[in-house]
Design a protein around this ligand. Structure first.
Ligand code: UDP
Length: 259
């Protein structure tokens, strides 16, 4: 296979040039980082699971009319996506107090929120993704006011849909992070959902046991990361119980054959 041009390497994904102009290939790595990349590790098989989970969620979201960058999954670790101009804002949606919100305001983790909270962070690793408000976004021109309306409307719709999706499989959607991109249709900018939706960027708690089924297992050294991610995929119907090991075994097998 000819070597593809790498466009960008992030903490958990690599972007390659796509087969047609305006497309990219998004490759899911097993690398895990936390605390602004101060903690690094590998979660074997994570990329394969996140590729599948993200494909599933993006496809369902497209089904309810959310425009996304996802085109199709290509193989176990790669998906074809639309190239976007990324909006440099991480949108965090919260339903239950956890993580940085708990620390910042001294409210106990697990406290349900009376209303959904949207937070914005400026995407800048060197600055440690500082929290920002609409005022900063408008002042520095990171997105227009109309775009921020679209983004916040979509974030709320995505939250409503995903809360139901996970509740149906016994999982509480505590919080999650979204990223959006801009595409140009006939010189007219349009906002679409980009990046990924997976247990790397969501807090997912088992509704009965309270067990964490997300990246907090890695952040907090709880162990069992792959098993937790697999459990989410299995409950979503993406890994039939008997096949779940085979998927990863198949990949190991392919690697051994050098393919
Ligand atoms: N999140 C993320 N990437 C980030 C920061 C946060 O995906 O760079 C997700 C995180 O997984 C959680 C939610 O956004 O589901 C809220 O994270 P929080 O602000 O509590 O920060 P953390 O405790 O992860 O530092």
């Amino acid at each position: 296979m000819t070597r593809r041009r790498q466009i960008y390497e992030g903490k958990a994904k690599i972007l390659y040039e796509g087969p047609e102009p305006g497309t990219l290939i998004q490759y899911f790595k097993d690398d895990a980082t936390a605390f602004n990349a101060q903690k690094k590790g590998i979660i074997n098989g994570k990329g394969v699971i996140n590729n599948r989970i993200s494909e599933h969620v993006f496809t369902l979201l497209a089904g309810i009319g959310i425009p996304t960058h996802f085109i199709k999954r290509l193989n176990m670790r790669e998906q074809l996506v639309r190239q976007v101009e990324i909006v440099p804002i991480e949108v965090v949606v919260r339903n239950v107090v956890a993580g940085s919100l708990s620390k910042r305001l001294g409210i106990e983790e697990g406290t349900p929120l009376g209303r959904t909270i949207l937070e914005y962070y400026y995407k800048d690793d060197a600055l440690g993704d500082p929290m920002i408000t609409d005022e900063h976004i408008a002042c520095f021109g990171w997105a227009s006011q109309e775009e921020m309306h679209e983004i916040s409307d979509m974030a709320i719709r995505i939250n409503d849909f995903m809360s139901g999706l996970f509740a149906a499989i016994g999982i509480r959607l505590v919080d999650f992070k979204l990223e959006f991109g801009r595409v140009w249709d006939n010189d007219y900018p349009r906002i679409i959902l980009a990046d990924e939706i997976s247990p790397d960027g969501c807090r997912l708690w088992d509704m009965t046991s309270g067990e964490k089924l997300d990246k907090d297992r890695f952040r907090r050294d709880l162990g069992g990361e792959v098993e937790a991610y697999q459990e989410v995929a299995r409950r979503l119907g993406l890994l039939p119980e008997e096949a779940e090991h085979e998927v990863l075994d198949l990949e190991t097998h392919r690697k051994k054959r050098g393919k």
